[in-house]
Design a protein around this ligand. Structure first.
Ligand SMILES: Cc1cc2nc3c(=O)[nH]c(=O)nc-3n(C[C@H](O)[C@H](O)[C@H](O)COP(=O)(O)OP(=O)(O)OC[C@H]3O[C@@H](n4cnc5c(N)ncnc54)[C@H](O)[C@@H]3O)c2cc1C
Length: 266
């Protein structure tokens, strides 16, 4: 963790964090490993209302979603079984089936107004009462979409570049979040980009045509656009500088663009 981020955490007086999902625990796309890591935080009470956890899983779930839902439910049930954990100074409240209606307060947030929901055709629809929770900071984490690229097909529903397993159109490929939507951490996207690279190699093997300029063309395009490009040698310098600044920790990240560029240029 960056020193400036750690200093902010250490100075923080936050006691209650509410993690709110519009749909239920079965639809939440937590990775199980990350969900379970909350449980390892010795100062944090993980508060789950057992009434919000379904006793049985719907048969409508697809195999992969079912596997994830089962594992996540197991972690959430363990949290619910922990009870209030009063000795812990920080409280993380998991709230499902609640959609934000309004942020209330004069000049700054004081309260978050929520509407109860139920899931219908995989969508949250209003159901039950509205309620509010005190909140002086609100962070939205919904509705991530990729940016359409001029001239390329876009899937407006999923907010991704329209593609089939990464193929967009001849010679154009998508990988990561602009291919699959905002799911998975860096390792998942690394595996995904490897699969797309394999696909490109396979396509190239059967593709006819004159020899192409390859990466030399990218270099000239970047220069033409005045881009501040960092090549692999530059990345290696950034990596070495961050590791050297770690002083017993894996690294101290360079968090400002100008510092990254300065180090990369040596
Ligand atoms: C708040 C947050 C915290 C996260 N924390 C973690 C974490 O701790 N660990 C972890 O493993 N994962 C984490 N993730 C997930 C991780 O960030 C993603 O899995 C990963 O970045 C997806 O990689 P990507 O290559 O698909 O997209 P990105 O990393 O977003 O890369 C896309 C790049 O394309 C560029 N771009 C966009 N449009 C254009 C254009 N028209 N021309 C040129 N360039 C363009 C963007 O600027 C961007 O640099 C986090 C995500 C979020 C949102």
């Amino acid at each position: 963790m960056c020193a400036h981020a750690r200093a902010a955490f250490e100075a923080s007086r936050i006691e209650d964090i509410w993690l709110i999902g519009r749909r239920g625990p079965l639809e939440a796309s937590f990775t199980t490993a990350e969900l379970a890591e909350f449980g390892d935080l010795s100062r944090v009470a993980t508060l789950v209302d057992p009434a919000q956890l379904p006793a049985v899983l719907s048969n409508a779930l697809e195999a992969e979603q079912r596997k994830l839902a089962e594992k996540n439910l197991e972690v959430l049930r363990a949290y619910a079984a922990r009870g209030e954990q009063r000795e812990r100074p920080l409280r993380l409240h998991f709230v499902f089936h609640a959609a934000p209606l309004a942020i209330l307060g004069e000049g700054r947030a004081r309260e978050l107004l929520l509407q109860g929901t139920r899931v219908e055709n995989a969508q949250a629809v209003p159901a039950g009462e509205s309620f509010s929770i005190p909140a002086d900071t609100v962070i939205s984490a919904i509705g991530y979409r990729s940016t359409p690229f001029p001239g390329l097909p876009f899937d407006p529903l999923r907010g991704v570049v329209a593609n089939a397993q990464g193929r967009v159109e001849p010679g154009v490929y998508a990988a990561g979040w602009c291919k699959r939507g905002p799911q998975g951490v860096i390792p998942a996207n690394r595996a995904d980009s490897l699969a797309v690279a394999e696909l490109i190699l396979a396509d190239l093997a059967i593709r006819e045509g004159p020899a192409r300029p390859g990466s030399a063309l990218i270099d000239s395009l970047l220069a033409e656009h005045g881009a501040q490009a960092v090549n692999f040698a530059g990345w290696q310098k950034i990596n070495a500088a961050e590791v050297a600044a770690g002083h017993g920790r894996p690294r101290e990240k360079l968090a400002r663009l100008e510092d990254l560029l300065r180090v990369a240029r040596g």
